[in-house]
Design a protein around this ligand. Structure first.
Ligand SMILES: *[C@@H]1O[C@H](CO)[C@@H](O)[C@H](O)[C@H]1NC(C)=O
Ligand SMILES: *[C@@H]1O[C@H](CO)[C@@H](O)[C@H](O)[C@H]1NC(C)=O
Ligand SMILES: *[C@@H]1O[C@H](CO)[C@@H](O)[C@H](O)[C@H]1NC(C)=O
Ligand SMILES: *[C@@H]1O[C@H](CO)[C@@H](O)[C@H](O)[C@H]1NC(C)=O
Ligand SMILES: *[C@@H]1O[C@H](CO)[C@@H](O)[C@H](O)[C@H]1NC(C)=O
Ligand SMILES: *[C@@H]1O[C@H](CO)[C@@H](O)[C@H](O)[C@H]1NC(C)=O
Ligand SMILES: *[C@@H]1O[C@H](CO)[C@@H](O)[C@H](O)[C@H]1NC(C)=O
Ligand SMILES: [Ca+2]
Length: 550
């Protein structure tokens, strides 16, 4: 489908491979020539730029991290990571749903700037706009070797594929794991029927399963499995993650690994090893599996005696509470004002449960152990922080919403954002709009409602003029808004207004992008168009590696 572009990409890969062979050869010659200088070479290798591993879980709740929330017991490795690193308490996803949150993490810009305001579909022709520069592109410019393993969800057609967005290597499901049928239905509600095996007939219909096409697994631009076997997916992700870390370390270049597992998005899955091991049911089993992979990553990182790898774990948005017991825990951030009126206060919404996510950074020797920061931070900050640590440079013809938080991470500062803007992400109102504003400990809502609760209604859409303002320092549950007549409200309200109008003015004079959200059935990833849901496992097994190109 890519035609000429695909060929270009193929030859580009060849160049990368031959370049690394050249570097390896040069290094060996160098070593032979100056055996005496071996320790100098070691010192040079040590002083090189840091490696980065960003782990982005899907739909995980703030309360799913044991170090955040006592009742949770499924995350011993993440808790250890927190104990030996830093835990960010007031850390927020840049949006409350998948594509916009991921786009902001990788560009350091809000959806109103980068154009990604809602999710892409299996038939989306577009993706993250091509003139947006990704973190991977910027790091690649600074000599990093790069890989994305796991969920992408920023466009899969043509040049929107991760291999064209700065990632040398890609392995994963190009969107959410509920965007296609599979054979071993997970714990989705209701459980989706398996993909049909007959090549003719109907794809299975029952809602909410979107099962018109089987879920594909990609390795670079090949479909290597369709439908993907979700039971063994995590094992394969872990194996590739660990292999990438070990291989990249042999390389003189530093590396950037973006690992976005399917956990904790429904359908929940785990290998038989974790099935029925948690008192919390399927969600807990799956959380334990995620934590196990984190353990494997830490182990791989810890074998590097130079300890030059920053591992940063966080989530893309809060729990999808309409999935009931198959969704995560918001901890104390229950969004009580909304709950009392019906409707969800988690994923898709701008209540804390929608965007406050667990966040832990680990870098022994650099990050002080067992530290906690209560600075106001965002997944937007991953961008500027990594760029700064890599001494990489950025296009200057656009503005960013990202903060370099190196000093906070290294325990030298407690200063984060003064304001954060939480975009509408599929709940009430115009998608992408900024109608919830965080200012220091205060949070103002101009609009509430619009997301569905577990077995319940959607929250009624309600405009607030003047806005509801909560003081999170005394009301994390967002229960009681300040009295508009109170001096506190009167003092905060004008600041909120100014902050919002300044940001909107800044965006209106920035170079912004528009994403193409059009649909085109021909872009649907399908390894066997003659099959009703594109099942092709038999064909692949017989094909001796002749995988189907996307
Ligand atoms: C990248 O590596 C090449 C060769 O290894 C070197 O010449 C170049 O200076 C490096 N660039 C940066 C930005 O470090
Ligand atoms: C999926 O993977 C699991 C675990 O490796 C295996 O037991 C099962 O047979 C696989 N299913 C299919 C359809 O290949
Ligand atoms: C887990 O429990 C369920 C329900 O009791 C059962 O159907 C399933 O076989 C169990 N799985 C394993 C791997 O023990
Ligand atoms: C970590 O910090 C907490 C509170 O800040 C303290 O209670 C605990 O003992 C510390 N643990 C270690 C291993 O230092
Ligand atoms: C960072 O990059 C600038 C400009 O490219 C260079 O002058 C400077 O020496 C670099 N600093 C480090 C620590 O590599
Ligand atoms: C927008 O892009 C143009 C062309 O690259 C540039 O001259 C201008 O300074 C940019 N504007 C901003 C706000 O960066
Ligand atoms: C991206 O391209 C579009 C259309 O060509 C332009 O309007 C927009 O300003 C560009 N964005 C950036 C960040 O340069
Ligand atoms: Ca998500």
């Amino acid at each position: 489908m890519l035609g000429q572009k695909q060929k270009e990409f193929g030859s580009m890969r060849m160049e990368v491979i031959s370049l690394s062979i050249f570097i390896m050869a040069a290094l060996q010659i160098g070593l032979i020539h100056c055996m005496v200088g071996f320790s100098t070479f070691r010192a040079a290798a040590y002083s090189r730029k840091p490696n980065f591993i960003i782990i982005l879980a899907d739909d995980i709740g703030w309360g799913d991290l044991g170090a955040n929330w006592r009742p949770t017991q499924e995350t011993p490795n993440l808790d250890k990571m927190a104990k030996e690193g830093i835990r960010f308490e007031d850390f927020h996803a840049a949006a409350s749903t998948c594509s916009p949150s991921r786009a902001s993490l990788l560009t350091g810009r809000l959806g109103l700037r980068n154009g990604v305001t809602h999710n892409f579909a299996v038939s989306s022709a577009g993706g993250l706009p091509l003139n947006e520069t990704t973190l991977a592109e910027a790091l690649k410019q600074a000599n990093y070797s790069t890989a994305a393993i796991g969920k992408w969800h920023l466009g899969h057609h043509g040049h929107y594929h991760p291999n064209f967005r700065g990632f040398d290597y890609y392995f994963g499901i190009p969107y959410s794991n509920d965007m296609g049928c599979t054979d071993e239905p997970g714990y989705d509600l209701p459980a989706c029927p398996p993909c049909p095996t007959d090549s003719v007939g109907k794809s299975c219909k029952p809602k909410p399963c979107s099962t018109h096409v089987a879920l594909p697994l990609l390795e670079n631009d090949n479909i290597v499995e369709q439908p993907v076997n979700l039971s063994s997916l995590t094992e394969r992700y872990a194996e590739r993650v660990v292999r990438f870390i070990h291989k990249a370390r042999e390389n003189p270049r530093p590396f950037f690994l973006y690992f976005a597992p399917a956990h904790m998005h429904v359908p929940l899955h785990c290998s038989s090893r974790f099935a029925n091991t948690s008192a919390r049911g399927p969600y807990g089993d799956s959380l334990r599996e995620l934590d196990y992979v984190i353990g494997q990553i830490l182990e791989a990182v810890d074998t590097d005696r130079h300890r030059n790898t920053l591992v940063w774990f966080t989530g893309d948005n809060g729990p999808w509470s309409e999935k009931c017991e198959f969704s995560g825990s918001v901890g104390p951030f229950v969004g009580a004002w909304q709950m009392q009126r019906g409707g969800s206060s988690a994923k898709k919404t701008t209540w804390e449960g929608g965007h406050r996510v667990p966040a832990v950074a680990y870098w022994p020797g650099r990050i002080p152990a067992n530290s906690t920061s209560s600075a106001l931070l965002s997944t937007l900050d991953v961008f500027s922080t990594l760029i700064a640590l890599a001494n990489a440079s950025l296009p200057s013809n656009r503005r960013y919403d990202s903060l370099d938080i190196t000093d906070v991470m290294l325990g030298r500062s407690q200063v984060g954002h003064k304001t954060l803007f939480h975009p509408n992400s599929g709940a009430a109102g115009q998608i992408g709009d900024l109608q919830t504003i965080r200012l220091e400990q205060y949070k103002a809502f101009y609009l509430t409602g619009g997301a569905q609760a577990c077995r319940g209604p959607k929250g009624p859409e309600q405009n607030h003029e003047p806005p509801l303002i909560f003081d999170l320092s005394s009301d994390v549950a967002e229960l009681l808004p300040l009295d508009p007549k109170s001096p506190e409200y009167q003092a905060v309200m004008p600041q909120v207004k100014v902050a919002l109008s300044e940001l909107l003015r800044d965006i209106s004079t920035d170079n912004t992008s528009l994403a193409d959200y059009s649909h085109d059935p021909s872009v649907i990833l399908c390894c066997q168009p003659k099959h009703v849901v594109c099942r092709c496992e038999d064909w692949l097994q017989g094909a001796h590696g002749k995988e189907r190109r996307v």
